[in-house]
Structures are given as structure tokens and as C-alpha cells.
Design a protein around this ligand. Structure first.
Ligand SMILES: [Fe+2]
Ligand SMILES: [Fe+2]
Length: 175
């Protein structure tokens, strides 16, 4: 049975839940590469072009932030607690993942808040300084996605039961 539905801007069809998270990384990475390119323009351009690029960056980051939240929420609310049940008390794997979520969110929030405070009268120096938050979010998330794909998802594959994976799938769908 094939079925499609919309979920936080992602096109969905029935899939294993871990594969679904990996697929979301693909589309999130594409957007990250786009906004990273803009940050490079901002850093190396001069004059009014910087402000134009900054406006573009603001739009991209706003849209990306919502999409990332929808993705991370699935991990924070369902995958991580399920895995914690299987891991020893001293295992720090999930803590590290949660910390990286917070770090990425702080960088993105920092960007959005300061960009809004600066408003349309923003000058070149300010725009270049605020864009650094986007670079930091990019660096955090590249590393985070990589760690999830190389360490976390294979671990989940191993420790979660078939029943738990089915439950994850249901939870992701019900959102
Ligand atoms: Fe994550
Ligand atoms: Fe993820």
C-alpha cells in the first residue's frame, strides 16, 4: 500500500522511521548548503550587495528553522527517549545529541533575534557579524547529522525492537 501525505513541508510515503529521518537530513542539508553559500557572499561581498544577500539569508533561515524543528522534535520526543530506555545510565550518546540540538537552535535563534532587532536599517558590519550565527548553525548541524547517521541510527537499528520501530513509525505519522 502506498500512501502520501504532507508533514511539516516534507512529502511522505510509508517508510521505515529511521530511513525517514535520514531522508529528511538530505533535504535539510540541501537547504543548509544554500544558506551557507549566502553567508560566504556576505563575508566576501561589499557595498549594498551585502544587505541584499542578508535579506535572502534571513528568509532562508526562517524557513529552515521551522523545518529543522519539525525534524528534531521527532527525535527529541520519540526516538531519543525510546533509545534511552535501552542504554545504560552512564551512556552519554543521547545527551550529546540533545546538546547538539540545543546548540543548533541557539545559533539559529541568535541569528533570527538579532536580525529582527537590527531591522531594515542594518549596516554592512552588523549583517556580516550576524551572519556568523548562520555559519555556526551550519557547522553544528553538519557534524550532528553526520554523527546521527554514523553512530545513532545504526545503534537504534540494533537496540530497538521491531515493535518499537513500528511505534516510531506510527508516532511520526500521527504528528
Ligand atoms: Fe538530531
Ligand atoms: Fe536528525
Amino acid at each position: 500500500m502506498e500512501e502520501e501525505w504532507e508533514d511539516g513541508g516534507f512529502k511522505r510515503c510509508i517508510k521505515f522511521p529511521l530511513q525517514q529521518l535520514k531522508d529528511e537530513h538530505v533535504s535539510l542539508r540541501e537547504e543548509m548548503n544554500l544558506f551557507y553559500e549566502i553567508t560566504e557572499e556576505i563575508e566576501f561581498e561589499s557595498g549594498p550587495a551585502v544587505i541584499q544577500e542578508f535579506t535572502k539569508l534571513y528568509e532562508q533561515i526562517s524557513a529552515f528553522n521551522g523545518k529543522l524543528k519539525a525534524h528534531s522534535k521527532k527525535e527529541d520526543d520519540w526516538l531519543f527517549p525510546m533509545m534511552t530506555n535501552h542504554l545504560g545510565k552512564n551512556d552519554k550518546t543521547i545527551e550529546v545529541m540533545e546538546f547538539e540540538h540545543e546548540k543548533a537552535e541557539l545559533h539559529l535563534q541568535g541569528f533570527l533575534i538579532e536580525a529582527e532587532q537590527a531591522g531594515p536599517a542594518i549596516d554592512i558590519d552588523e549583517a556580516q557579524a550576524i551572519a556568523v550565527y548562520a555559519v555556526q548553525a551550519y557547522a553544528t548541524l553538519i557534524q550532528h547529522f553526520d554523527r546521527e547517521e554514523k553512530v545513532l541510527f545504526p545503534l537504534a537499528e540494533k537496540i530497538l525492537s521491531a515493535g518499537e520501530k513500528e511505534e516510531l513509525e506510527r508516532r511520526f505519522r500521527a504528528r
